[in-house]
Ligand binder design. Sequence first.
Ligand code: HEM
Length: 133
Amino acid sequence: MWAQDDYIYANAQVNHGNYFGLGFGSQMDGSDMVVFFGREGTKEAYAADYMAPGYKSVSFDSQQDWESFGSNECNDQYCNVTVRRKMDTGDFDDYQFKKPFDSVPIIWAYDTSTNMGYHKARGFWENFDYDLT
Ligand code: HEM
């Protein structure tokens, strides 16, 4: 992940037929998420905006703020996807990144399916720190 101007960028490699989620927050419950999907049976991938109302099915944000950035590069195993969104989307369901400095803990999860259910693996990554002064 990185920040530039008013945007946050996220890049991930997602295997065909898998999902991989990044969440902004120190735990799943209440976190804002971007989830990458490797479309089953194709060499295509995309990402979408979610939030987690608890330790249960995540909800698709009615306001979708992530847009693709550049073209996806795919091989036989995975696609490399880059997306971006405004730091401040004005959406109550999104984490609002604040300039000039902010630090947000990141969680992640993936499954070997694109039907988003309980994950095969999940964890805590690191703080995403950015300084735009
Ligand atoms: C429909 C989708 C999902 C379901 C049903 C689900 C369900 C659950 C449940 C039941 C737990 C508690 C058990 C445990 O600790 O493993 C949990 C924990 C966790 N989930 Fe999910 N999850 C979903 C999607 C996601 C996504 C997309 C992410 C990341 C972006 C994520 C990240 C985590 C993390 C990091 C934990 C560890 C516990 C904590 O946050 O305190 N989950 N999930």
